[in-house]
Write a protein that binds this ligand. Structure first.
Ligand code: SF4
Ligand code: SF4
Length: 400
């Protein structure tokens, strides 16, 4: 996060109001009016910081209309970090209103006991909640227990080559166990002794403007990884990975900087350490969706494609604009369901046009959004994390 008023205003000053962000901002393209584009957010944040605008409900609402997708920053000729400005503005101005989404992000996710209770309630009411909130449609059947109750804290292998921390994040711990199972299988195929690291990365709280809570989460995660004495911390969630990689800057401590240097998305980790290419056949057509926080946030986009191309039988077909945001963006799909559905609908069309049977991606939040929008578009296309397909290929090797 950009921390001081001076650095925030320096970002605002860099904006030449050229309007290049109008061509690419998914929220602007969905809403079609100037207050929703990156340029407007920059100017509003600037006027507010200069004291020319008081933090009104409308200002808070407009700052909420951002996916934090970094598309504007990526295309901005002046490198204005709009998403960081928006996060800083949210932290200063506070929420537009109290909402269930904010309560979950700041009052439940960071607290394992409360999350455990909420998880139980959610599991029992999943059908009703999904009818009320279509953004939940893509979620698998919620498992009975958290992921860590299915495995020992440390998973040994016969000939360990490295000790790897697997940061689960809330999505794997409570919802997407099949991704976690696949990640563990894949890491053990690479002779990794896996240490499970549960916890919340703090991104949901930061996105809701609760920077203090996000910082507390970061401190806890760094301490936990230090105690686990792991060489690398891998994630299967693009947003967790981006948050973890930013702890060094955010906390500015030697421990946090050392921690952030060890963070890797699982696809990058596998390619860096040498992918085990002893793979079975997975006969299918796949298209790959780039999570914003993986491609623009961490520069990881070639590695998952390289992994998929290595799998015998996989026919990888690129969709139009594979790096276009899917509209999920963590809590955004819940706080702004109509805009998220419009953005996701376009993505579903682009994916379906490839004729793929599977959309692969690298973030459970994108998986949730993609599965929902594809289903609503009537497309019988499966959505899977890249490691799920890789795990399938290792399992297929053993099948006669
Ligand atoms: S592209 Fe960058 S410089 Fe141009 S209006 Fe948008 S934020 Fe400002
Ligand atoms: S981060 Fe994404 S949604 Fe937010 S202003 Fe930039 S392009 Fe638009």
């Amino acid at each position: 996060m950009i921390k001081t008023k001076e650095t925030l205003l320096a970002q605002v000053d860099r904006c030449s109001k050229c309007g290049a962000c109008r061509e690419v901002c998914p929220v602007f393209l969905a809403k079609g009016s100037e207050p929703y584009v990156a340029r407007a957010k920059v100017q509003l944040a600037g006027a507010w910081l200069d004291g020319n605008l008081s933090p009104s409900r409308r200002l808070q609402e407009l700052m909420g209309y951002c996916l934090l997708c970094k598309t504007c920053t990526h295309h901005c000729p002046n490198g204005v970090q709009v998403d960081r400005l928006v996060l800083a503005a949210r932290a200063e101005a506070g929420p537009a209103r109290r909402s269930l989404v904010r309560l979950a992000a700041t009052g439940i996710l960071p607290h394992p006991r409360r999350m455990w209770v909420a998880h139980g309630v959610f599991r029992l009411t999943q059908g009703t909640l999904t009818r009320l909130r279509p953004a939940l449609q893509g979620l698998p059947q919620v498992p009975r227990k958290p992921f860590t109750q299915h495995y020992p804290a440390v998973l040994p292998v016969a000939r360990p080559r490295r000790r790897v921390g697997y940061f689960l994040g809330c999505m794997i711990q409570y919802f997407w166990h099949r991704v976690g199972d696949a990640a563990i299988h894949v890491l053990r195929e690479h002779d990794g002794e896996v240490v499970l690291l549960p916890g919340c990365c703090g991104m949901p709280a930061a996105a809701q403007g609760a920077a203090g809570i996000a910082r507390q989460q970061a401190e806890m995660v760094v301490r936990q990884a230090e105690q686990a004495r792991v060489e690398a911390v891998v994630t299967t969630c693009a947003s967790c990975g981006l948050a973890l990689a930013g702890y060094g800057d955010e906390l500015s401590t030697p421990a946090a900087r050392a921690f952030s240097q060890r963070v890797r998305d699982i696809s990058a980790f596998l390619m860096e350490t040498g992918l085990n290419r002893d793979l079975g056949v997975v006969e299918t057509v796949v298209t790959y969706h780039d999570p914003c926080h993986l491609r623009r946030g961490q520069g990881v986009w070639q590695q998952p494609r390289e992994i998929l191309r290595c799998i015998p039988g996989v026919d990888l077909r690129e969709m139009e604009q594979p790096d276009r945001c899917c509209g999920g963006s963590g809590t955004f799909a819940f706080s702004h369901p109509e805009v998220a559905a419009a953005i996701g609908g376009l993505k579903a069309e682009m994916a379906a046009r490839t004729g793929a049977a599977v959309v692969a991606t690298g973030c459970p939040s994108c998986q949730l959004q993609l599965a929902g929008v594809l289903d609503r578009a009537g497309q019988a296309v499966r959505v899977a994390h890249t490691v799920e397909i890789l795990s399938q290929a290792y399992a297929a090797r053993l099948t006669p």
